[in-house]
Design a protein around this ligand. Structure first.
Ligand code: AMP
Ligand code: TRP
Length: 342
């Protein structure tokens, strides 16, 4: 679809954005720096949809009780981290049935070969060899449905999700070619700073909420003492000088976290720590992380105790999401040739 015709999909003159995270582990400092904090910065300029991506989370086995509690916790953490549910539409993916419905349709328009090329599918198949289910394979099609339902112009995601956005674009373009203008073709929107917070003990890979080694990960709801302990035991490198270099991935990661939270340039942080030991950097970073996230823990405690409020917000926001999604789904049903209900 040409960019100029996209304007009819604007809401109050604003472009649509959607993103989300799957409740398959607790939210991390990486999620905060790379995603949630960035989402908060978009809420005035764009019409934003943010999901707790529960349908996607069950492509790997989840304990039902943990999943339910964690999903509500995610929702409360989104709000606590500063996403305003009046300015953004914040909802559970499973509360809007159009996601599953459009996913089926798009499954019928997605070549098998395209899905076999998805690196996340290949990685997860190796990680969970006993549970390579069809949902894991068609995961990117559900993600395409998520995005296309809200006529999204932009999708803020990390590098690892770029391939899924490419696939979404292919699906949208193919459908538009066959049936005429139906979907907005989205672009990925990857943050420039803090795009990749690395694991504390193994800085060659990203900090991940489902990492079995909890010392790799600072969780957003970790108590200050735990944050300090994890950061103090972060892997640094041989040598003693605090430098920003590929040869010292551990120190580099700590400097990047410092920089993205303090909004200071890496150079000036390096200067500040000149002649100091790794330990100094770790102690200062721990205080900074605690300081920049304490309001989230405080607000979270207040919100999670107020289930009535949370339920009313989730209901109202899901209704707003459904109104948009159902409209898109009807447009698709009509194009395909399904008989309308009434
Ligand atoms: P996930 O945790 O994979 O559900 O990702 C949810 C969002 O958080 C995505 O936009 C990711 O790009 C972002 N994210 C996850 N882990 C990190 C990390 N270690 N560094 C930066 N961003 C991350
Ligand atoms: N697959 C994304 C991830 O693992 C989560 C996700 C699902 C998503 N649907 C989405 C992100 C739609 C952006 C838009 O991070």
């Amino acid at each position: 679809m040409a960019q100029e015709t996209n304007s009819k999909y604007l809401i109050n003159g604003k472009q649509n954005i959607l993103s989300g995270s799957a409740p398959s582990g607790d939210l991390t400092l990486g999620n905060f720096i790379g995603a949630i904090r960035q989402w908060g910065n978009l809420q005035n300029e764009y019409n934003c949809y943010y999901m707790v991506v529960d349908l996607h989370s069950i492509t790997t086995r989840q304990d039902p009780k943990v999943l339910r509690e964690r999903s509500i916790s995610f929702f409360a953490q989104y709000l606590a981290a500063g996403l305003d549910p009046k300015k953004n539409t914040i909802f559970f993916q499973s509360h809007v049935s159009a996601h599953s419905e459009l996913a089926w349709i798009l499954n019928c328009f997605t070549p098998y070969g395209d899905l076999t090329r998805m690196t996340q599918f290949k990685d997860k198949s190796v990680k969970h060899p006993k549970n390579i289910n069809a949902g894991l394979f068609t995961y990117p099609v559900l993600m395409a449905a998520d995005i296309l339902l809200y006529d999204c112009h932009l999708v803020p995601v990390g590098e690892d999700q770029k391939q899924h956005i490419e696939l979404t674009r292919d699906i949208a373009l193919r459908f538009n070619n066959e049936f005429g203008e139906t979907f907005v073709v989205p672009e990925p929107f990857i943050p420039k700073v803090g795009g990749r917070v690395m694991a504390l003990q193994e800085p060659s890979r990203k900090m991940d909420k489902s990492d079995p080694n909890q010392n790799n990960t600072v969780f957003l709801l970790d108590e200050p003492k735990v944050i300090e302990k994890k950061l103090k035991s972060a892997t640094t490198d041989s040598g003693t000088t605090i430098e920003y270099t590929e040869e010292k991935p551990g120190v580099k990661n700590l400097l990047e976290i410092y920089s993205s939270l303090s909004e200071e340039k890496i150079d000036s942080i390096v200067q500040k720590f000149e002649g100091k030991m790794y330990g100094h950097l770790k102690v200062d970073l721990a205080s900074l992380v605690v300081e920049k996230t304490q309001h989230i823990r405080d607000e979270y405690k207040r919100l999670i105790a107020d289930k009535n409020f949370l339920h009313s917000v989730m209901k109202e926001n899901a209704e707003r999401a459904s109104a948009h999604a159902d409209k898109t789904l009807s447009r698709v049903y009509d194009k395909i040739g399904f008989v309308p209900k009434a």
